[in-house]
Design a protein around this ligand. Structure first.
Ligand SMILES: [Zn+2]
Ligand SMILES: [Zn+2]
Length: 276
């Protein structure tokens, strides 16, 4: 029997594309018998980047005046009932480099979710775009660079680059190898993300049913390399906690033979200190 009792990737209403507040998710997690939950809404961006991206998320002001105080309050309220962590899901952008150590001192851990990638001349592209090999390289290089900083505990949906580039060809494998190796080198969890299972599936050339992410072929490679794995809901609705997609993600990991963790190891105070 599967024993699902944790989720380290949860969004709340502040990002404007999720519904529900901290307490709604935590109450539901307790009801489900969860022992640990991490709230990890999307990081606020600096103005020069935000104005160029089509994305909805909390503002810097809301981060200070609502997000952090609400998490502090909730941690007190739920003490002894569930382990509640504060976190952020962040892209890595060079222009924000000095902000990450500061964030890491304000929340328990950071998730790298690289939804946007830098191009030259201050332009960006989305990870959901159809990508050229050169852009796939930018994805792998940006993720590697971010993980090498040591600031991130989890790499969210590492296989999201396959979303609109679904051919599992030599190039896709090369990118996968780079990302998985970067996680191993930096002791970062690769996240099997249930949110991709909530989207459309398709048949691969072998006739297997696969999701855009978590992508079967990618996770077979993860298994063969023996990297650290965590399975997360990435919920944007309370109903996503422990839904069919969550069950499917765990079943998929079991079927592939992946040894996943059900608890994360947080960065220590010392590690946070060294990073500043
Ligand atoms: Zn989101
Ligand atoms: Zn997310």
């Amino acid at each position: 029997m599967l024993n699902i009792d944790s989720n380290y990737h949860t969004h709340i209403w502040l990002c404007r594309h999720a519904i529900g507040d901290i307490d709604d998710y935590v109450d539901r997690a307790i009801e489900l018998g969860y022992k640990e939950i991490g709230i990890s809404d999307h990081v606020p961006l600096i103005d020069e980047i935000e104005k160029k991206l089509v994305t909805r998320r909390m503002t810097k002001e809301e981060y200070r005046t609502i997000y952090l105080p609400s998490l502090a309050r909730a941690k007190k309220k739920y003490q002894g009932k569930i382990v509640l962590y504060s976190a952020l899901e962040a892209e890595y952008f060079e222009a924000m480099h000095e902000l990450y150590p500061q964030m890491l001192n304000e929340v328990d851990y950071l998730i790298l979710g690289q939804h946007y990638l830098p191009l030259t001349q201050g332009r960006f592209f989305s990870v959901y775009d159809k990508m050229t090999p050169a852009r796939l390289d930018v994805y792998a290089q940006t993720v590697t660079k971010a993980l090498n900083t040591g600031w991130f505990t989890i790499l969210a949906h590492p296989d999201i680059y396959l979303f609109n580039n679904p051919d599992w060809n030599a190039y896709a494998i090369k990118i996968a190898e780079q990302i998985i190796d970067a996680c191993i080198a930096n002791d970062v969890y690769l996240e099997m993300n249930a949110n991709g299972i909530r989207k459309r599936s398709f048949l691969n050339p072998e006739g297997e049913i696969v999701y855009r992410y978590p992508r079967l072929e990618f996770w077979r490679l993860v298994r063969s390399k023996g990297a650290k794995v965590i399975i997360n809901d990435d919920c944007h609705l309370v109903e996503h906690l422990h839904d069919q997609a969550t069950l499917t993600a765990y079943q998929m990991a079991e079927a592939i033979g992946i040894k996943y963790s059900t608890r994360i190891t947080l960065p220590t105070a010392n590690e946070k200190e060294n990073n500043v």
